[in-house]
Write a protein that binds this ligand. Sequence first.
Ligand SMILES: Nc1ncnc2c1ncn2[C@@H]1O[C@H](COP(=O)(O)OP(=O)(O)O)[C@@H](O)[C@H]1O
Ligand SMILES: [Mg+2]
Length: 362
Amino acid sequence: MSLAIKVKPVRLKIEDVHISFGKTKVLQGIDLDIEPGEFFAFLGPSGSGKSTLLRAIAGFGPEPQGRILIDGIDILSLPPWKRDVGMVFQNYALWPHLTVQKNVAFGLEERSVPKKESKDRVLEALDMVGLTHLAGRHPSQLSGGQQQRVALARTIVIRPRLLLLDEPLSNLDANLRVQMRTDILKLQRKLGLTTIFVTHDQEEANTISDRMAVLDKGIIQQIGSPMELYDNPANPFVAHFLGTTNMIEGEVITKENKPVLRAGQDVELPLHMKVTGSRGAIVFRPQSVKVNPEEQDSASMCIRGTVKSREFLGATVRYGVQIGDVTVLADEAHQRGKRIYDELEQVRLVIPQKQIIFIPEA
Ligand SMILES: Nc1ncnc2c1ncn2[C@@H]1O[C@H](COP(=O)(O)OP(=O)(O)O)[C@@H](O)[C@H]1O
Ligand SMILES: [Mg+2]
């Protein structure tokens, strides 16, 4: 079957968007530039404003201040049905009394698409999500994953210029979520559709998106590719939200003309990177910390501490090591026969300098 659904990908620009519910400011000064054909994720905890922003693009919810442009044209004055934006809701919102085929055809009937064309487009959309064989069923006769596919088919059949997905996988069990996210990405690549995917799950955002915006409290904290954000978080929120991290806060002092981080009573750590401000934190991931390594490259930070906890996780052993009044987590890759350190043992932690970033206090 031909890929008649394919459309020219659009650019989405969001400029200084503010949204309030009554007196509550929910989004504060959102600026975004999403490239044509990009798979973009909004990632953030519950209540951070992800759905509100997505709904504003589709034309639902309170009227935003600012501008939202598709290919340079402000769409805020257009009603939802004139924006050519397809949205898949978290709860799918299928018609229970209609068959799969009729659910998918619904939007085309509303748009008075001729019967023959409508039939072809419905078949094509069902084919793309792998549901042709279930066209005659009702939603109650489908699994969660199948219902999700109907919701997707129903959205792409109208040939939107922009595809918006609000936590589309959160109602599915873990295995199916992994399968469906791959399928959604394949479908997006095939259609070339500029897509925004909302999730609170960092693994989901990491695996599926080209770039993402991390939101907290209605403010974009950082924008970039998953790896850029993981490796170079702009602030402590992003560092923690994207995965387990060590963070040691303290005062920056100068010793022998070199910057040193004083963290608590008796922890002083030399800083080998560019440092600004008088307070800040160093941030490094547990997998960057080596416990009692035989060799140590000179460009490393070395800290002595006491094992306070250890968790055997199979592939890794996670140690909690007490250093002054902070605990540093160290993930050691596990191999058969490898020695495991005991609680209260003294260990030497070594962290390569290039794995450590400094975040000045805001
Ligand atoms: N209809 C509404 N009326 C009042 N407050 C709302 C409404 N919808 C959402 N909010 C508030 O806006 C904030 C952001 O909500 P939402 O965009 O749904 O967050 P997310 O999708 O990131 O979980 C939350 O504090 C929520 O309570
Ligand atoms: Mg939401």
